[in-house]
Design a protein around this ligand. Sequence first.
Ligand code: CS2
Length: 495
Amino acid sequence: MPDIPQLCLATLPAVPAAVARPAYDPRAIGVGIFHLGVGAFHRAHQAVYTDDVLARDPRWGICGISLKSARTIEPLAAQDGLYTLLTRTSDGVTARVVGSLREAMFAGAARAAAIARMADPRITVITSTVTEKGYCHDPATGALNDEHPDIAHDLAAPDAPESAIGIVVAGFAARRAANAGGITFVCCDNLPHNGRMVEGLVHAFAQRRDAALARWIADHVTFPSAMVDRIVPATTPEDLVFAQHVLGLHDAAVVAAEPFGQWVIENRFGAARPAWEEAGAQLVADVAPFELMKLRLLNGSHSTLAYLGFLLGHEFVWQAVRDPLIATLIERQMHDEIVPTLTRLPGVDLPAHCRKLLERFANPALPHRTQQIAMDGSQKLPQRLLGAVRERIAAGAPLAHLPLAVAGWIRYASGSDERGGRIDVQDPLVGAFRRIVDDAHGDPGAIADGFLDLPSVFGADLGAHDAFREAVRGYVVQLFRDGAQVTLAHHLGVA
Ligand code: CS2
């Protein structure tokens, strides 16, 4: 087989006309954004909005760093930051080469260089997609977790940081020393009030490091909140083959996404920024209603269908959502329990929004694994499901489906499937989960109790709320005894 050349700046002109290319010369643009976490989601979301902006304003190329692995960086470095975005629908696939990622570094190998990059006065925006667990916070309270090994390490060695927060604070220290001026940090992970939360984490960390630095940050850095939305499953071998076929070039950094995308950003920038609104982003005074809608309707449904769908044997989201038991459950959960907790947004028809979500989930061209969404549940449940539980309890409103969704997580995280197979549970708390299951000696009620006693997930309040606890416990026992099929059918009254 002849060697297929790799996508890079030198081969970019060979990309066929049917594939969209950067509408600017990537060699001629500057770097104005520093990004942490160059995984698939960033490459299919913020980097694409920025790619659209660059045709008109060449200041906003991205310097992306990976914190944990060199694997995402190597192909990007070899390809001069270029990669293909595939947009997948049941009608077909479109391909586009994105050029906004101008520099790519692995923090593990280029820590000092990455930190120094944040002191460049031309860089005035930092963005981050490091996943929920990447902020080293306590999921129930949003406070910095001092006991997290990466935070403990970074507080002891602030010049050789490993965590996202430690790296950013080191970057702010470098920026302060260089007198490089103000900067904005836009968190782009699915966390509640993500700007405020990250601001609190940065301040807590900086304060422990140096009070004068903490003051500098308070005076020079703003932390807008943002709602980000686009379904971007992990890239598959088929995506790589498809991209090679349409490009005639090899691309090892392909990402594949749905056509839908949304980015709502709080307009609280303290320094120059890209005109992302020209690429379709919404700049608003208050992101909170958008964020709650997204976290509770999309992500809350995603987690519910991932745990229960996995237990029912569904590998992909599109299969789970075509199962009438799952579809009915998440429809009812959205309408009966989530929508009543949301603030009405002008121009948003919530029932239509829920229908659209089900359509997006049902996209058969997106092989989105239930296992992928199921990971890190301890970091996701508080904002996806438990915030609504708390509000309903406070309002004296009934709980019907949410306790079953929480029980689905516990049943899944207990580590064995309904056929006795082992589940590869990926979660920072997996060690605690295993201890709970071992100590329960096969008693499902004791397993439920052990999980409900995890304060970093349920806080001090929910674990101690008798009615919620009993409801979750009852479903966990039923899931173990009767299986997900019977439990769901019984719950929905279709048995
Ligand atoms: C998903 C999200 O992996 C997950 O937990 O729920 O990544 C989801 O696909 C995105 O937030 C959609 O915007």
